[in-house]
Unconditional design. Structure first.
Length: 148
């Protein structure tokens, strides 16, 4: 019998308090809305180990079609608040990084959606321009622009 193997990373789930704002933010970044749904019922409760789950999800797909983010807003049970200003070295999910072209344009497109630079836009050697942004619900998003 063949051992189980990973085929691909399917998605990363991020819990948000404002699904519309998070969807708009990642849409402005360039992800495409793949679909929306409400999930609930005993199978969902058993899957995630909570009772009375009812949540709305928006599945966002990267332009290359290989990566997806599942944005989740819990109605019940109410989501536990995290620190939306947690620093980059906080234990747990750290950040999501995207390769971009024209970093300055991407940052300007995200500002109306609440994006704020966490530190500075920096150039790493002669290979990349990099920055960290804080988006909706305190989500850390890193952007990398490869230099030619």
């Amino acid at each position: 019998m063949e051992r189980g193997t990973i085929q691909r990373m399917d998605n990363i789930a991020i819990v948000v308090d404002d699904l519309a704002a998070a969807t708009a933010f990642f849409g402005a970044l360039g992800l495409e809305l793949e679909g929306e749904a409400t999930v609930e019922g005993s199978a969902v409760d058993r899957l995630i180990g909570l009772e009375g789950v009812r949540s709305d999800i928006a599945m966002m797909r990267t332009p290359d079609g290989h990566g997806r983010l599942e944005l989740t807003r819990y109605h019940t049970p109410e989501a536990r608040a995290g620190d939306p200003h947690a620093p980059a070295n906080t234990l747990g999910m750290h950040r999501v990084m995207f390769a971009v072209e024209n970093m300055d344009d991407v940052i300007e497109r995200l500002r109306p959606h609440g994006a704020e630079l966490l530190g500075e836009l920096v150039q790493y050697e002669n290979s990349y321009r990099l920055c960290y942004l804080r988006g909706p619900a305190g989500i850390l998003v890193a952007l990398a622009e490869q230099l030619e």
